[in-house]
Design a binder for this molecule. Sequence first.
Ligand SMILES: Cc1cc2nc3c(=O)[nH]c(=O)nc-3n(C[C@H](O)[C@H](O)[C@H](O)COP(=O)(O)OP(=O)(O)OC[C@H]3O[C@@H](n4cnc5c(N)ncnc54)[C@H](O)[C@@H]3O)c2cc1C
Ligand SMILES: NC(=O)c1ccc[n+]([C@@H]2O[C@H](COP(=O)([O-])OP(=O)(O)OC[C@H]3O[C@@H](n4cnc5c(N)ncnc54)[C@H](OP(=O)(O)O)[C@@H]3O)[C@@H](O)[C@H]2O)c1
Length: 288
Amino acid sequence: MNEMTPVTDTATDLKPAKAVPALPDAQTVTQVKHWTDRLFSFRCTRPASLRFRSGEFVMIGLMGDPDPKTGKQKPLLRAYSIASPSWDEEMEFYSIKVQDGPLTSKLQHIKEGDEIILRPKPVGTLVHDALVPGKRIWFFATGTGFAPFASLLREPETYEKFDEVIITHTCREAGELTYGRELIESLKDDELLNEVIGEGFWKKIKYYPTTTREESPKMGRITDLMRSGEAFADLGVPPLNPESDRAMICGNLAFNLELKDLFENTYGLEEGANSRPAHFVVEKAFLD
Ligand SMILES: Cc1cc2nc3c(=O)[nH]c(=O)nc-3n(C[C@H](O)[C@H](O)[C@H](O)COP(=O)(O)OP(=O)(O)OC[C@H]3O[C@@H](n4cnc5c(N)ncnc54)[C@H](O)[C@@H]3O)c2cc1C
Ligand SMILES: NC(=O)c1ccc[n+]([C@@H]2O[C@H](COP(=O)([O-])OP(=O)(O)OC[C@H]3O[C@@H](n4cnc5c(N)ncnc54)[C@H](OP(=O)(O)O)[C@@H]3O)[C@@H](O)[C@H]2O)c1
């Protein structure tokens, strides 16, 4: 499991003579969309030299408040999954708004033309390289854990390597599913994927959204729906097995641990890593 603790970097000296000091590793925001009072997504410019694998994460942020004693400002950075695919000329992120969160209490107010800090050092375990070949790939997300799959669902390799792509997304409320649902709907008209993978590639995708605290067509935690067999019956596929199924998990800690236990002890799947590819990989959507 990949656990990169969000860190605050050492301050880069700011030259007091500069009227408007440029941020270190600055990128310009090109679009912001608010999905609910707790969720938003934004796009920004991509550093020319940045190469990443779909599913990886980077550290992004803003300048923190000036130190009351020295007046110096330090970058305030947090880990963020890159929601855009590796081929996109811009970067996209999908974010929570934590009202008293050091970063997102401010980040939620960014507008087109603003600058953010983006450290160009992508890492992560939710990558195709960490899985051995299979027939069917499952993406399991809760909340903002959908972000790395927003990248992987737009990545041609996903469809080149697998015959079936199943994405499950469990949220408390129905409105929290909208970013994911719209993204999946937009794939039908994705010119690059239609050209590279072939018309109708999107028919490989099975989308399984569920809510736990607000009425929606499918209620319940995905873990419970898998244990009861309901999810497999709804999707028309057998339970996961090591011969055909591969999976990526991104959610809160309890969700990740529950699925890992289910995979290892019920379905007989083995956890993989960049250095040792296997059947499934896990990453936290946030630190508890
Ligand atoms: C590998 C990794 C990838 C991440 N990718 C994303 C991402 O793509 N989008 C994103 O919004 N966040 C992501 N996070 C979480 C992110 O790093 C920050 O925690 C988040 O932006 C809030 O920052 P903050 O400074 O406002 O509050 P923090 O002090 O970081 O968090 C305050 C509290 O808010 C809650 N919280 C934090 N993040 C979330 C979240 N995403 N969903 C629900 N509750 C949360 C937790 O209870 C946390 O203790 C990721 C974290 C890790 C470790
Ligand atoms: N989402 C909101 O409307 C809301 C509003 C205000 C504050 N908050 C706070 O924000 C934080 C994060 O909330 P969040 O909703 O983004 O994320 P979350 O608490 O991780 O929940 C996201 C989804 O994951 C499900 N889930 C949790 N543990 C699971 C497990 N072990 N197995 C399977 N599914 C599991 C939840 O179901 P359950 O509902 O059954 O737990 C929910 O549907 C929390 O501290 C919360 O108090 C959230």
